[in-house]
Design a binder for this molecule. Structure first.
Ligand code: C5P
Length: 220
């Protein structure tokens, strides 16, 4: 059987991560969370004492980035220099800093290369998700999908994910600001040519997974 590469993009709270993992399990593929890579690099930048306003220092950290990331959809793991950063990379501090790191062109070059290496190394295949997978990282993927949902639904989902540590207004402002900054770098709200949109606004998790699997199957 041939190797399968599935590319999934979408904004924050679109359900990309949980849906991508379910799709990977369904097809027996590896799973790559590229947002986690940008978050882990941001953790590394903050840890190194570099200023987020100093692109040269950010680039230096990216060029010496001891990342170990697992690709098993049932056992995610992410370590930087041997430190498990899985929880810390989801903190409000990292969430508000990540867009600045991800906007540095040289940083993107380095991480995109790393992402392509993961894709090349996945023997059965992989589901890679992020903001630029369908357009930049793997435009030649076997299946390419854009996962969207109304802003209201996305905010509600993010709220559930964060367990309510921030109030709804703070959360909404932070997510909107991050999407706006990220939109200057990549268009992940409109589907590029050949990319199929799944709008999950009126779908629950199970229905979204089913619709995504059906859309993948159609493209294979
Ligand atoms: O997907 P997630 O919200 O965890 O992504 C965190 C951040 O990483 C995004 O806000 C964006 O700045 C960056 N990112 C990116 N390109 C990707 C995936 C994530 O720039 N492919």
């Amino acid at each position: 059987t041939e190797k399968i590469v599935i590319a999934i993009d979408g904004p924050s709270g679109s359900g990309k991560s949980s849906v991508s993992k379910a799709v990977a399990r369904h097809f027996g593929l590896e799973y790559l969370d590229t947002g986690a890579m940008y978050r882990a690099l941001t953790w590394h930048v903050v840890r190194s004492g570099a200023s987020l306003e100093d692109p040269a220092a950010i680039i230096a950290a990216a060029e010496d980035f001891p990342l170990q990331q697992g690709t098993n959809p049932d056992a995610e793991s992410i370590l930087v220099g041997g430190t498990d950063v899985a929880e810390e990379i989801r903190s409000p501090e990292i969430s508000s800093a990540v867009s600045a790191v991800a906007a540095v062109p040289r940083v993107r070059e380095i991480l995109i290369q790393l992402q392509r290496d993961f894709i090349a190394g996945a023997s059965a295949g992989i589901v890679a998700e992020g903001r630029d997978i369908t357009t930049v990282v793997a435009p030649d993927a076997d299946a390419r999908l854009l996962l969207t949902a109304s802003e209201e639904v996305r905010m509600a989902r993010r709220g559930l994910q964060l367990g309510g540590t921030q109030n709804a207004e703070q959360l909404k402002a932070q997510v909107a600001e991050r999407d706006a900054k990220d939109s200057r770098v990549n268009n992940f709200t409109e589907a590029a040519d050949g990319v199929v949109t799944i709008d999950s606004t009126d779908l629950d998790y199970e229905a979204t997974v089913a619709a995504t699997i059906a859309a993948v199957q159609k493209q294979l």
